[in-house]
Design a protein around this ligand. Sequence first.
Ligand code: ADP
Ligand code: MG
Length: 753
Amino acid sequence: TSSVRKAALIEAANRPIRNVAFPERDGRAMYPSEFYGEYVFTTKDMAKALPKPVFADFLKQKRGHQTLSKPTADAIAHAVRVWAMDRGATHFTHWFQPQTDTTAEKHDSFLSFQSIGGGEYAAIDAFSGSQLLQSEPDASSFPSGGMRSTFEARGYTVWDTTSPMFIQKAPNNTKILYVPSVFISYNGEALDSKTPLLRSCAAISKAAVELLSLISPRSVTSQPPAAQVVTTLGTEQEFFLIDRSMYAMRPDLKITGRTLMGNLPPRHQQLEDHYFGHIPTRVLSAMSELELELYKLGVPLKTRHNEVAPAQFELAPVFEEASVAVDHNLLTMELLHKVAHRHGLKALFHEKPFQGVNGSGKHCNWSLSTDRGENLLEPTVKPETNYRFLLFLVAVLDAVHKHAAILLAGISSSSNQHRLGAHEAPPGIISAFLGDHLAEVLNAIEERRGLKTFSVPHFQSVKLGGTVVDLKVSSLPNITRDLTDRNRTSPFAFTGNKFEFRAVGSKQSPSFAVTLLNAAVAQSIREITAALVEQKGNKEFPSAEDQLEVIRKYIIASKPIRFEGDNYSAEWVTEAEKRGLPNIVSAPAAYDELLKPLHSDMLTKHVAILTPTELDSRYHILMERYAKDMLVESRTLLSMTQTQVLPAAFEHRKMLADSATGIESLGMKPTVELEQLATTSDLLEGLSKSIASLKALTKTLEDNEDVKQQAHAARDELAPLMQQVRIGVDGLEEIVGDKFWTLPKYTELLLTV
Ligand code: ADP
Ligand code: MG
């Protein structure tokens, strides 16, 4: 082991466990429910702090029925400032989501100066309604995809009243008030990822409410129709945690988030002992500290466990309204990053930090719920006669079928591409999995036949080789089983009463993926509503038969997207091609789909959640980021190879040469040394050539100013060359003396925590 690596290893091994005490009350640990949301300025807090008419005004505004008046905004600003300062806040910030997959903030102190006459000023604490409502960061430093050149550089952050304000700790134990915001240009165009998400949620709500009032009109049902339908989202976040001192010695991890070189240790995930295994103590104490902070922030974290790969873990919250769920997912990632640091750990959110072991995803569990809390994708016991469920189900299938290509654009990035198409993750083909029971329901409707009998699923009996075996252990309580089985390979799977979009990457904000899905589904719901109106003819409402007719039509139209088999198999690729489904493993190719009329018309004209300029700017930002990421990776790889790998190999070669001369001077034949020397030299020569080609191509691409060409060439030419360099480097890592090798190896990175 090289001396630096050794020092880092010893540091990692001796790291003390940091334990953060749970808050106590009356000599006992508090219940999480007692401090849950303590740092959130909830609607309840607001009701308490505001005069009644002001609070009523706010509620009307929040439901989109009116704009906030200046006196109302001033009153809320005052109330939230007092609430926050009582808890130690000194500053406030608008908190927004530029198109960087992260959040942005700029702090302003509450400290202000008020003229008291005679040219004198008094220091006061203040927060005005207009400061709460909007702020003006310099928009020119955030990605705008060309909107800057066409429009003014001014950008505004505007308070998003749908997401609650909260406080977070600053290192000196003061606090900062966070005001969730959207980020728009001078002309009101979205510069962020949240505005389109909110628009897509509104679009789906409007479409769903229209469909609901058509099929369950007030005259027929006793309850009033839903006034609003919300998109619900639950994000299962996967990530790696590795030791900080190991991390600190890997420039590739620091700069690009993934290892650009390195061989798998002999033992990694093949024993399948890590998944759901015992959580390492250091990791558990970091997770507990994170939970503590997230509970206070009102983030409903629910589960924690080991994932498949060594050093890989997962956290999942209880689902919430989509825009709030996105805020909370981003908060979770940011806090995990900070908390991990305190435990001597580094959190890696990259989709594929280590070649050869599983990558990380962010499964986005998605459904629709009415303002009465009914899940529209709940199949109930008899889905075959639940037409409302079936109408929404076929709407989702139709949307995914028509717009699979842009769903891929929504999840594609330079980092997620290493997961897609690889063997452990959904491939570049989007398909939807329903499970046996629902598939049979749809098939029966399509074929106008009765349902093959399905016993109500229970664990009581299972068919084994033709005979029914009673599996019930009498000492165990009765348990119910979901209508769907699990298919781990499906990128878009129906799991009980929601769809699980699994292709989303761990590092990405779920925002864009959900926005595109929402828009596509909103469009399909609208088409289905129109089809029902046509089908009912002169009748006031569509009859049950009318509904079934439309359901059947959409079952048939969307059938190619349904796939119940193994998505990782080679046969599926052929089959999908026959069905005409897109198979897009190149991120730039997926982005190109955004501008094709079938999709761009849906996004900019029909559902209209983006203006053409906004869509165009997103396209450019994606392409540009992809090209930049790839070029940064290439430069990092070149520099590490040149400054760390080659010198180690040279020292190794020198050792062999010295040894050979020494042996020879004793009159013996240095056969082994010469053999090893030849191998090393061959590898070095090959690597040297690959480096030269990579260097040349990198330079050519850097000089190319057309981002589209740059991105495509990065994907099609640069990536294979980088892989070639990696193979050379990894070959050397296997033979070069360990004491010469300065970079921590996979064994140390993955098995130290
Ligand atoms: P599984 O283990 O099958 O993936 P879980 O029941 O553990 O599913 O849920 C995974 C995630 O799905 C959780 O975040 C959960 O809150 C979320 N979820 C459950 N129901 C819904 C729903 N109706 N809409 C959105 N997300 C949901
Ligand atoms: Mg899941």
